[in-house]
Ligand binder design. Structure first.
Ligand code: OAD
Length: 242
């Protein structure tokens, strides 16, 4: 076993207020595409985020945007939690802050109140005019573009688009937890999108131990971090094995 894995196992076993912070790499081995990277399946190398994940793009071509999210929903409907999700899902007393809009941590066993979704969820739609109307979505049978039942404006996925604020209460809960954690386990994020990535800075400022699991860990890590350059579904079960 590598010395980094030994160090990480020791840190995890001795943490009193541990939490995870994850990105698309956590769900990669469940068949969900990441956003960035050299691979041909990375979403932002195939699609234009300004077209598909912005208010401007939605106003220009709402059907294109809804069809794209529904394609992602259908691929999520067939996905199963991988060993990284189920390992995190077994950890009682942990908080999981994720940028992912899937439900794989919950399907992996995490309680709903253990998971904070910073960038929203594919499992619901809300009114784009913010009238307050919201609907749950069946991932395997998502509705086509339609208008709000209450006010007649278009419905949209409950995800955060570029240029939009993160849900304030969720971001505050995540930032508060990060400022008191003694161990932040960072899994599968390029840490390029703020304010989410700023949570790692908060943890560093408060002297938390940072453990990073990512095949490209160098890109995210800093001196003093514990870097595990492995795929999440392989590394996480080893890190938590007793
Ligand atoms: P990215 O696609 O930017 O980064 C994915 C990270 O996962 C990279 O660092 C990969 O090296 C790593 N990775 C790939 N496979 C892995 C595996 N099997 N195990 C562990 N790590 C792996 O995804 P995010 O950082 O999540 O925002 O992207 C952040 C935000 O950018 C997303 O939430 C989304 C996107 O635009 C919104 O939609 C608002």
């Amino acid at each position: 076993m590598s010395s980094e894995i030994e160090k990480a196992r020791h840190a995890l076993a001795n943490a009193s207020k541990p939490m995870s912070f994850s990105g698309a790499g956590l769900s990669a081995e469940s068949g969900i595409a990441t956003f960035r990277g050299d691979n041909e399946h990375a979403l932002w190398s195939q699609f234009d985020p300004t077209q598909l994940a912005s208010q401007h793009g939605f106003k220009k071509d709402p059907k294109l945007v809804i069809d794209w999210y529904n394609w992602r929903r259908k691929s999520l409907a067939n996905a199963k939690p991988n060993a990284a999700h189920t390992t995190l899902g077994k950890q009682r007393g942990w908080l999981h802050v994720t940028q992912n809009v899937d439900n794989l941590l919950e399907l992996g066993g995490a309680a709903g109140n253990q998971v904070l979704h910073l960038h929203g969820t594919l499992l619901s739609d809300h009114c784009n005019a913010q009238c307050g109307y919201k609907e749950s979505i069946a991932l395997d049978n998502p509705p086509a573009l339609r208008n709000c039942y209450k006010c007649g404006n278009p419905m949209r996925p409950s995800v955060v688009w570029f240029g939009e604020a993160l849900p304030e209460d969720i971001l505050n809960q995540a930032a508060n937890a990060t400022s008191v954690t003694d161990l932040l386990l960072v899994v599968g994020t390029s840490a390029q999108v703020y304010p989410a990535a700023g949570l790692i800075d908060i943890a560093r400022q408060h002297q938390a131990t940072i453990v990073i699991v990512d095949p490209e860990a160098d890109a995210v890590g800093q001196k003093g971090d514990i870097l595990i350059r492995e795929m999440a579904a392989k590394a996480l079960p080893c890190l938590f094995a007793r």
